[in-house]
Design a protein around this ligand. Structure first.
Ligand SMILES: Cc1cc2nc3c(=O)[nH]c(=O)nc-3n(C[C@H](O)[C@H](O)[C@H](O)COP(=O)(O)O)c2cc1C
Ligand code: SF4
Length: 678
């Protein structure tokens, strides 16, 4: 047996976990009608098959009707969930993976205008900033019913074949009872710590009475709210000791922090640019103080840190949750001695931000995650080896190269720049977003292992492409900044990319006009503000930077609010006029005929890109398919047809921003979707 500390089995009560790596509860928002159906099962099954020891499914599965999901969670309060849970647990067990599920009542962390339109409930009237419901303060009959709901839900999960359950107690109802900030009840459930913990004991007793002594019950809880007046370290340690001494729980899953604001949530689940494993030592302290089986996850993205967490005795089970979203094959790759092949989680947090903003979790650079029913995590070799020529080595181009090479094709890539990466290379110039280059580096390493030929500093002409006698040509040339937003004066503006690339020096009084609403606008604003300038970030939309999304916005705000910046929403840039050394911005609004004029010395526009498509249009008439993408075949996962031009010598396709300005996920998904069938 391997002597890797991570690969040692762990005994939890009667259950043997085959190694020390788990995925913690994370609801990817894949349920259909509140049930974990085929997509859900496939998502967990692949990681089970690849060797993860324990998958904590769901995340915030709802035990009660008046805990309506805020981002499409499993409805554990419905009896019809049992057969779906059974299929999920059977599928994971078949591969030797233990399966548990996190149950919760959200308390005030939801909204009444969801589900059955029942009021949110909490031990106080205090509203949660993130979800905004003013809760009803719990009455005795609410509490009694919710305790029974927990027991019912636990019984359903046991009936569905779960190895155990975990109760969520950070930011949800259970710890809303614990925290003096959210519990203004009198006794028996409010007041001193004994009273504030009473709900937890009642729930645990009710569950235990239903599921018996053997069934595993754990708790994922905050042992330090890091909030003035909230659960302190001392009280958190006391709660931890009482949980241990009670004998009512079988493991502790430690959280540090609070999640009632986007900023608080981001400190609990850090994103790129923030410290790695910031709460690991704290979790280790809880383990030492209680002697309990201790689990923990918070930005432990790499195997070395995970190994340290276990070998140094800080944790019994280490959560690598987003790491598995980026690469569900982690354990298999460790076992096969292929750690270097693990697709890195770069902390972009597209996954988590999307569950609120777009309805399901997707990994920024692994488009197969959550699409296991249609997209492969590892592609199969092609039956016929083809010559594939790719133009452009941005995210779309290098993904196309990787997939084509894994299929066994002979691949050549042309890139005009000296290095691969395109817009990602520029993004990664921000110290906070440096990890983004991992998206490119991983693909370049995969290409290097498969002898892909790269020609950098080469602006490919049609003859260069044709000279290679390709079977398939992929145009992944990306786009160029599009700044023509004004009726007059477009010549006076610069693009956000000019600033990010360092091609244009920041001014001193700058308008950043951002109607793309993506990272580039804020990244440029940050560079300018850090140079000491005054920056006004303006958007015609109701809120700024919508595509940056909630948790990704946090580091920007922490940086920008400390600088000389101002945010203006609902105003549109109409014209820019030159007036002496200054520029006059003529500013209007979509809501009225209001117009105003303000002076700046620089106007920066963030308005996406226009495709670099000349080469595509030059090659198009010579191609077999005349550039056409058969969208049905593309979407349904079939090979592309030959095309109408019998004279044509190659098939030609465009992917990524060379088609239209989108994002990194779209570019990489285009490439995988197309190339996996070529
Ligand atoms: C899409 C997504 C949904 C999540 N939902 C939950 C949840 O419902 N309950 C929970 O306790 N944690 C949830 N988490 C947090 C994870 O369990 C984990 O604590 C977090 O991702 C940090 O670990 P990591 O750095 O290994 O990803 C979620 C995470 C993600 C990415
Ligand atoms: S989107 Fe980013 S944080 Fe989420 S799994 Fe993918 S790489 Fe990791």
């Amino acid at each position: 047996m391997s002597n890797d500390p991570l690969m040692q089995p762990y005994r939890l009560k009667h259950l043997t976990l085959r190694n020390r790596i788990m995925t913690t509860a994370h609801e990817p928002a894949y349920p259909e009608d509140g049930m974990p159906k085929d997509r859900y099962r496939a998502y967990h099954e692949i990681r089970a098959k690849a060797g993860v020891a324990l998958t904590m499914t769901a995340g915030s599965a709802a035990v009660s009707r008046n805990s309506p999901p805020v981002f499409n969670n499993i409805l554990a309060y419905k009896d019809e969930v049992v057969p779906w849970i059974r299929r999920l647990t059977d599928a994971c067990h078949e591969h030797g993976c233990a399966v548990m599920i996190q149950l919760t009542h959200l308390g005030r962390r939801t909204h009444w205008a969801k589900g059955d339109w029942l009021s949110a409930v909490s031990p106080s009237h205090q509203r949660e900033a993130a979800h905004r419901a003013f809760p009803k303060q719990l009455e005795d009959w609410d509490i009694a019913r919710i305790i029974t709901d927990y027991a019912d839900a636990a019984e359903r999960m046991k009936a569905g074949g779960m190895d155990g359950i975990e109760l969520q107690a950070y930011g949800h109802l259970m710890d809303q009872f614990w925290s003096p900030l959210t519990n203004t009840l009198d006794g028996p459930y409010g007041g001193d710590l004994d009273n504030r913990l009473r709900f937890t004991w009642d729930v645990l007793d009710a569950i235990r009475a239903r599921v018996g002594d053997e069934f595993i019950i754990g708790i994922r809880y905050t042992a330090d709210e890091t909030l003035e007046g909230g659960i302190s370290v001392a009280e958190g340690l006391e709660i931890s000791r009482r949980l241990a001494d009670s004998g009512k729980v079988d493991f502790l899953n430690v959280i540090r922090g609070h999640i009632d604001t986007d900023a608080g949530l981001t400190d609990v689940i850090p994103v790129q640019g923030m410290a790695s494993a910031p709460h690991l030592d704290f979790a280790g302290t809880i383990r030492r103080e209680t002697g309990m089986p201790t689990f923990h996850a918070a930005r432990i993205p790499d195997v070395a840190t995970a190994r340290h967490a276990v070998s140094s005795g800080l944790l019994d089970m280490v959560g690598m949750t987003r790491a598995h979203m980026a690469d569900p094959m982690i354990v298999q790759k460790i076992i096969e001695g292929r750690e270097h092949d693990i697709r890195p989680c770069v902390g972009a947090n597209y996954c988590l931000d999307r569950i609120y903003a777009a309805g399901d979790a997707l990994c920024l650079h692994n488009p197969a995650t959550g699409r296991e029913l249609t997209m492969p995590h590892e592609v199969t070799p092609a039956s016929v080896r083809k010559k594939v020529v790719i133009v452009g080595a941005g995210p779309a181009g290098v993904e196309a190269a990787r997939v084509a090479a894994e299929r066994g094709h002979d691949v050549t890539v042309f890139e005009a720049q000296p290095d691969p990466g395109g817009q990602i290379r520029l993004t990664a110039q921000s110290p906070r977003r440096r990890e983004m280059i991992g998206i490119i580096d991983w693909r370049m390493a995969q290409c290097a292992a498969r002898d892909v030929v790269f020609h950098f500093n080469t602006y490919a002409e049609a003859e260069d492409v044709i000279a290679l006698n390709p079977d398939v040509v992929i145009i992944a040339t990306g786009g160029l900044p599009h700044t023509e937003v004004c009726a007059t004066g477009n010549a006076y503006v610069v693009s956000s990319w000019d600033i990010i690339a360092g091609d244009v020096k920041p001014g001193t009084r700058v308008l950043v006009y951002d109607d793309a609403g993506d990272h580039a606008g804020l990244q440029a604003a940050e560079i300018i503000a850090k140079s000491g300038a005054h920056v006004e970030i303006m958007t015609p939309d109701r809120s700024f930077a919508p595509d940056v999304m909630a948790m990704n916005l946090v580091p920007y705000m922490r940086s920008l609010q400390a600088l000389d910046t101002r945010f203006t929403v609902t105003y549109r840039l109409h014209d820019v006029e030159k007036s002496g050394n200054m520029l006059t911005a003529v500013i209007g609004t979509d809501y009225s005929n209001h117009l105003e004029r303000r002076d700046f010395d620089q106007v920066v526009v963030n308005h996406g890109t226009l495709p670099m498509d000349e080469l595509y249009f030059e090659l198009k008439p010579q191609s077999r398919n005349l550039g056409a993408l058969d969208q049905d075949a593309f979407v349904e996962g079939r090979p592309q047809p030959d095309g109408p031009n019998a004279e044509g010598r190659f098939s030609l396709y465009r992917i990524g921003d060379a088609v239209a300005a989108r994002n990194t996920h779209a570019a990489i998904y285009d490439a995988l979707r197309l190339l996996k069938d070529i």
